[in-house]
Design a protein around this ligand. Sequence first.
Ligand code: ZN
Length: 181
Amino acid sequence: MRAMVLHQFSSPLRMENVPDPQAGLDEVVVKVKACAPDMLDVKTRAGQSNVTLPRILGHEIAGEVAEAGASVKNVRVGDRVAVYDYLNCGACEFCWNGRETLCRNNKGIVGLAIDGGFADYVKVPGRNVLPIPPDVSDEAATTLVSPVSTSLHALRERAKVSPGDNVLIVGAAGGVGIHMV
Ligand SMILES: [Zn+2]
């Protein structure tokens, strides 16, 4: 498959042909339809993230399930999915209580700890893919797992904003701030 690979910090990504990923028992291979560049990709390329090179960056991914391991039950081949980028265990008390970002056994982020979505295909754990509703485009779906969900959680769960409230949104120039608006 084709992939944009980072070999050296502060250097351009290089388009290369690399082996196609193959799904293990509890993994899926997603045919990438859209992958949004994010500030984390910019920082990683600049050498400001914990990453081992070479690496395929990109963690805001939407696409279609191309292969699913035998243990994967939540999606099937052909399903349109967005990729959740935190590589969590799914078994600790935080994962069980909906606070996955505090996972005790987090193994990092897609596009840093494992190869990401700036490629024809990406391989991730089956639990890391979420179905995309038919009326949401692939491009829009790339924003759901990081900037939109972060904004929504902050507004609804933390700030408990309601219709009619007056709010100040700081930093409405980046992905999270724009989606807060
Ligand atoms: Zn966990």
